[in-house]
Ligand binder design. Structure first.
Ligand code: ADP
Ligand code: MG
Length: 698
């Protein structure tokens, strides 16, 4: 039995381990290893097989092997580089060890007649298969050296931290755990039984010290039962933590907004179209949430052009009608301005006061806006994240709408919610994303939200016809643009760059703009990029929308939200540099009117195989959900969730691309645990997310 005084491993500092002093501690910390538990979850990248000897006669190129034999001679060679060559034979054959760096002590130890055991990679060299710089040991005749009993792990390491050091530490931890039992297994017995999971410690031991006959292929693909066992627990903990965040939010109060509907009716009556069935359904789902005295937390997913803005505005009107304010936040300046212009058209006739704020609004104007907002004069507020600065005070904020949410990072929404809090009452929150998120990913990343899907486009849209054209045929593309513009159509020309640098993007767009002006003197061309003044951007967009400009050269700033139905051609330069979801977003700027639209992907030759595959998907499909699934497969979840930059949503072991298939089962068990064994929730979250707890409250 275990001595009860033993601290659970979660609380054990690394300095409790033999040999861990300040220097080693620093290196471990650099790897993100701060506790003994972190160390246990630091799993090998791959393994070496040192469990058996390979006869020298059976060496193959590229294989890691252990060989043992007698030194048959050694000599310093003076070729291009000086090296020490040691001949080893074992009765089945002869091979060379080659050392480019060696000391004189080494040289004299590696003498003829000595018995040696080496580990290294066999490679073709001048005189047949050789081992370059193998690890080696000179054997004393008297005592035979045992081989390893298990595969040798190779860990993610850092400079100055040797593999042997990490291996020794892990051996020590595993040994300690074996005797103390300080690593309790928190999975319910029923789960372990039904899924045939091995115990936690056994799984960890298996991965740190696998038996020689383990399936390396399973390990490589994350399919080994020991891996699946750990991944499952991690996903479970993640899901439980999101659900707990939701519980916390739901324990707060929010203004119950009666669904009066008078303003909504007037707005809808003024529009030249009717809501789609999907918009209507989602509108009802939202209206019902808003009427409750708990804060709504709802994610609306809908493909580009599915009409999310209108749904958001209808929700805002429900707040206004109840005497509250609503805020609509967009991720970019230009999108915020677009929203402002659109909303102004819709809301001004209803007598609803609209305000706008971004970082670029300064001085007197800013003071006025802030004052009107604080006094409650402004009823619906549009802006960028400037809306959530300290100095911005709402009068009675009841609803926060976050548009194109994925750009804010997954967990930022929580901080927004926090900031919108007033007098113990929280605003309702509506999150809209135009990047459809694969269902399993939704479960991992948005388990704290309710989800609505607008799965229908307004009628009369024609799918965008997408073609791939090599940049060598740029001339033809310019021709096509000229023809389209002459026929009264409008077009976008989008410039992209690998560099994230906005300045460089703008320069590229400027150069293209100059080129096109020269090539197409009869076409009225505009240029828009992120470096322009907000007023200039707004004027330019207005001119394009009004048809005064025929061709708009742009950086990817037009990716989201821009809405000009008469624009029916889009050229995207270097599309191979963008993610599929981003391309889909861009392409969604055309195909908004009734005429047939075209998207020309002007790629750079040569296109890699992966590039061909990716652009091929764009050509074949107009379905944002399908494209998102593919993007997930190809580029991983960070691209879709927008967390790559922020580093949030980090898992220790799970890989959302590889392991998402487990999500439905994880959800099932998580709900069962919440209902039947809630006491397990806390320890599970603590074990897996202790370091990341702050990720709930960024
Ligand atoms: P997204 O979902 O990409 O944000 P928007 O809200 O920008 O889409 O809507 C795209 C365009 O479709 C806008 O011009 C909007 O006015 C229009 N629209 C919205 N709903 C409908 C509808 N039910 N029928 C026709 N057009 C609609
Ligand atoms: Mg939109």
């Amino acid at each position: 039995m275990q001595p009860p005084t033993d601290k659970p491993i979660e609380q054990l500092p690394l300095t409790n381990l033999r040999g861990v002093g300040p220097a080693l501690l620093e290196k471990l910390n650099a790897l993100g290893i701060n506790t003994v538990l972190d160390l246990l979850f630091h799993l090998p990248l791959r393994y070496q097989d040192r469990t058996r000897l390979t006869p020298i006669g059976g060496l193959r190129h590229g294989a890691d092997v252990v060989i043992e034999g007698v030194i048959a001679g050694s000599a310093v060679m003076f070729g291009k580089r000086r090296s020490l060559l040691v001949k080893v034979q074992d009765g089945t054959g002869l091979t060379n060890l080659r050392f480019f760096h060696f000391s004189s002590a080494q040289k004299s130890a590696l003498t003829t007649g000595a018995r040696i055991r080496c580990f290294g990679e066999a490679r073709w060299g001048k005189g047949g298969l050789e081992l370059n710089h193998p690890e080696y040991q000179i054997l004393q005749q008297s005592e035979p050296l045992p081989l390893s009993a298990h595969l040798t792990p190779v860990y993610p390491a850092t400079e100055g931290l040797q593999q042997t050091r990490l291996r020794k530490l892990l051996e020590q931890v595993l040994e300690k755990l074996q005797t103390t039992g300080a690593l309790p297994d928190y999975l319910p017995a029923a789960l372990t039984r039904q899924e045939r999971f091995i115990p936690l410690l056994a799984a960890l031991r298996l991965l740190h010290q696998p038996p020689p006959d383990i399936s390396l292929q399973d390990l490589e693909h994350g399919q080994h039962p020991a891996q699946v066992r750990l991944v499952f627990e991690e996903l479970l903990a993640n899901y439980l933590s999101l659900r707990r965040l939701r519980d916390e939010a739901q324990s707060q109060a929010a203004p119950a907004l009666k669904n009066i509907g008078a303003l909504q009716k007037r707005l809808l009556a003024s529009l030249p179209f009717a809501l789609t069935a999907a918009q209507l359904r989602v509108n009802r789902e939202i209206a019902r949430d808003l009427a409750k005295p708990l804060p709504m937390l709802r994610l609306v997913q809908g493909d580009v052009g599915s009409g999310k803005t209108l749904v958001a505005v209808l929700a805002a009107l429900q707040a206004v009608e109840n005497g509250f304010q609503a805020a609509l936040m967009a991720p970019t300046e230009i999108l915020a301005e677009q929203h402002f212009l659109n909303l102004d058209q819709w809301l001004a006739p209803l007598g609803v006061e609209l305000g706008f704020l971004s970082g670029k609004i300064k001085g007197k104007k800013r003071q006025q806006v802030l004052q009107d907002l604080a006094s409650g004069h402004i009823q619906v507020m549009v802006g960028t994240h400037a809306l959530f600065q300290e100095e911005v005070q709402f009068h009675k904020l009841a609803l926060v709408v976050v548009d194109e949410q994925h750009r804010f990072g997954v967990h930022q929404r929580l901080s927004l919610r926090e900031k919108g809090k007033q007098d113990g009452s929280w605003p309702h929150q509506l999150i809209m994303t135009a990047t459809p998120i694969p269902r399993t990913l939704t479960m991992s990343a948005y388990a704290d939200l309710d989800c609505s899907i607008i799965d229908e486009l307004p009628p009369g849209r024609t799918p965008v016809n997408t073609v791939l054209i090599s940049a060598q045929r740029r001339g033809e593309v310019v021709e096509r643009i000229s023809t389209a513009c002459n026929q009264g159509r409008q077009a976008y020309w989008v410039c992209t760059l690998i560099e994230e640098s906005e300045t460089l993007q703008c320069q590229a767009a400027e150069a293209t703009f100059a080129d096109l002006q020269q090539a197409l003197p009869e076409v009225r061309i505009g240029l828009i990029h992120g470096r322009m003044k907000p007023k200039d951007k707004a004027d330019l967009m207005a001119a394009f929308k009004a048809g005064a400009l025929q061709l708009l050269v742009a950086t990817t700033v037009i990716e989201v939200g821009v809405d000009v139905p008469n624009a029916s051609v889009m050229v995207i330069e270097n599309p191979e540099r963008l993610g599929l979801s981003q391309l889909h977003q861009l392409r969604g700027r055309v195909g908004r009117g009734s005429q047939e639209s075209h998207c020309l992907l002007l790629y750079q030759n040569p296109l890699s195989e992966a590039g061909k595959l990716r652009l091929g998907i764009m050509r074949e499909s107009n379905d944002g959900f399908f494209i998102a699934e593919k993007d997930l497969e190809i580029r991983g979840p960070g691209e879709i969730l927008g967390t790559r930059q922020t580093g949030l949503m980090m898992f220790r072991i799970a890989d959302l691309t590889r392991d998402s298939y487990l999500q439905p089962k994880v959800k099932l068990w998580a709900e069962k645990i919440r209902a039947q064994q809630p006491e397990l929730v806390e320890p599970l979250i603590k074990r897996w997310l202790a370091n990341a707890e702050q990720y709930g409250n960024v």
